[in-house]
Design a protein around this ligand. Structure first.
Ligand code: PMP
Length: 338
């Protein structure tokens, strides 16, 4: 009989899929590392399990413990699966810009969800950073996971995601491109890839409203770079310890609109139903398209599943309200004509 002992054993070994239509005009081979086949439908299952296992090894988790995390949803889902398998409770603290689908999904797998306002400073007591820290202090037998500064996050990608990409491309990868939030994915996988071949370039995708690009290029943490944005999962108003700026060669910023429009195109033109940050990544890649040659092999990591965004970028009314739909129509029209 062939079976897995627990759902946790199905994490990883995600497919690499060549992209065609959405990368038309680029000379390189572009391969998507599609992380939606993880059981929680995102790459975050990998780091969530690693953070829990490392905490157990360090004696930080007692039986029946409550895990508390400020999460945009995907890490919460990964933690929920780990908590179910290992008998822990979970409280997820989300900002109110996160999609309703993400909150409903977390509740479906038994997590308690606390929602906080987005438009406040990180130090504000109402922010999700502050609320998660306070809950961790007040809840008995609890552990604050802290994906931003918990280095088991990037280690998971150093140990799994990086080696998988290296093996799947048989060492031919020249560029790794991915959205940056906590920084775990690019820092861990990017470090592993550069260790195999120092010529590999790691490109981070950032949003307008986030501090990463300016900090990377100037060393200045510029508060003027911080303002609310719509894109989910990437960009920050803090510098998480998991971002290893030394392994990142370049940051490219992408607008909310370009990310949303491209997310829809990936679903309709490639049949790959993935989330908002995948759209950011491909839109960012296409902004840079003239820099690549036919010898380049670019791996773009797609973090999560499109089902989490059906009420957002996949919803025409939501797109229209933000003035994002014009290109969407044009794409649909192009498809009908071609
Ligand atoms: N995309 C999505 C949808 C995410 O949830 C995250 C995690 N915040 C990222 C991209 C960024 O990944 P990382 O935190 O590893 O930088």
């Amino acid at each position: 009989m062939k079976y897995h002992n627990s759902i946790l054993d199905t994490i990883g070994n995600t497919p690499l899929v060549r992209l065609h239509s959405v990368v038309k005009g680029i000379k390189a081979t572009v391969l998507a590392k599609v992380e939606t086949t993880n059981p929680g439908n995102s790459v975050k299952d990998r780091m969530a399990l690693k953070m829990v296992e490392d905490a157990e090894k360090q004696g930080l988790l007692k039986p029946g413990a409550t895990l508390i995390e400020g999460t945009s949803g995907n890490t919460g889902m990964g933690l929920a699966l780990a908590c179910i398998a290992k008998g822990y409770k979970l409280i997820c603290v989300l900002s109110d810009k996160q999609s309703k689908e993400k909150m409903d999904i977390l509740r479906a797998v038994g997590a308690e969800v606390v929602v906080c306002p987005t438009a406040v400073e990180p130090e504000d007591p109402r922010s999700y950073y502050s609320v998660s820290k306070r809950l961790a202090k007040e809840t008995p037998n609890s552990w604050y996971v802290n994906q931003y500064d918990n280095l088991s996050n990037s280690t998971a990608h150093y140990e799994q995601t990086g080696p998988e990409i290296w093996e799947q491309t048989e060492g031919d990868i020249t560029h790794f491109l991915v959205g940056v939030g906590t920084g775990g994915t690019i820092s861990g996988a990017g470090k592993y890839l550069k260790e195999q071949n120092p010529a590999i370039k790691n490109i981070g995708i950032d949003t307008y409203g986030s501090v990463f690009k300016k900090y990377h290029e100037t060393g200045i943490f510029d508060e003027n770079e911080i303002y609310p944005y719509i894109t989910e999962g990437i960009g920050e108003d803090i510098l998480p310890k998991n971002v290893d700026f030394s392994v990142i060669d370049h940051f490219e910023k992408v607008t909310d609109k370009d990310a949303a429009v491209m997310t829809r195109r990936i679903a309709r033109e490639e049949g790959i139903f993935v989330g908002n940050s995948a759209g950011s990544a491909i839109a960012g890649l296409m902004q840079m398209k003239d820099q690549f040659t036919e010898d380049d092999v670019i791996v773009v990591l797609f973090h999560d599943h499109g089902s989490r965004y059906v009420g957002k970028m996949f919803n025409d009314d939501w797109m229209r309200e933000r003035g994002f739909l014009d290109e969407g129509h044009k794409v649909a029209q192009d498809l009908i004509e071609n």
